[in-house]
Design a protein around this ligand. Structure first.
Ligand SMILES: [Zn+2]
Length: 193
């Protein structure tokens, strides 16, 4: 099984945020699609994902409203590919009357692949998701009022905006695909389907 560099980075990203299967079966420890897509967007804009692009898509949010978000279609395709390869588990979590959140984590096989990913692919991802002031502390991904995503360092509390809602080109909007994908990362309201 040969992974592309971007697929390796995606495995590393998910492995960084989702807890190991053995550690917990709690839903909180799955990497939710909203924060995942937000970080994938940053890594695309920053050129860490070398083959990804992004476009505005209309997303049904958990408050029942649609909003445009910058989504990497290539990244979503890779998520599906990694699932088909047996490297990713996913879990649908119903959160409200408006839909479900999908959580991701690595399978045992995904963990084996993670262990083989070279530093050259890890470094670019770490430069984005870890706080440079706090010895590489993993930044948390937070969402506020369905309108704003940002990284927050749990140690020094510094914040870095994730501009996933900044739609650059109006012509994109008319072409935008519609995708049902709630994105709120709300640990308190999750319940099993
Ligand atoms: Zn910090």
């Amino acid at each position: 099984m040969e992974l592309t560099k971007d697929q390796q980075k995606l495995v590393f990203l998910i492995g960084s945020y989702a807890h190991e299967k053995q550690t917990s079966d709690d839903q909180e420890h799955w990497f939710k699609d909203g924060p995942l897509l937000a970080v994938m967007y940053v890594l695309t804009v920053e050129g860490v994902f070398e083959t990804y692009d992004y476009a505005a898509m209309s997303i049904l949010c958990l408050d029942g409203y649609r909003r445009f978000m910058n989504i990497s279609r290539e990244g979503v395709d890779d998520l599906n590919d990694l699932r088909e390869m047996g490297l990713l588990d996913h879990l649908k979590i119903s959160t409200s009357q408006y839909g479900t959140v999908t959580g991701y984590r690595l399978t045992d096989k995904g963990r084996e692949v993670l262990a083989t990913i070279p530093n050259s692919e890890r470094e670019g991802v770490n430069a984005i998701i870890r706080c440079s002031d706090c010895e590489g502390e993993l930044m948390q991904i937070e969402c506020e009022n369905f309108e704003r995503y940002f990284f927050r360092c749990p140690v020094c509390n510094c914040i870095r905006e994730i501009r996933i809602f900044d739609i650059e080109d109006v012509s994109y909007i008319s072409k935008a695909k519609f995708l049902r994908l709630p994105y709120r990362n709300d640990h308190n309201s999750v319940k099993e389907e």
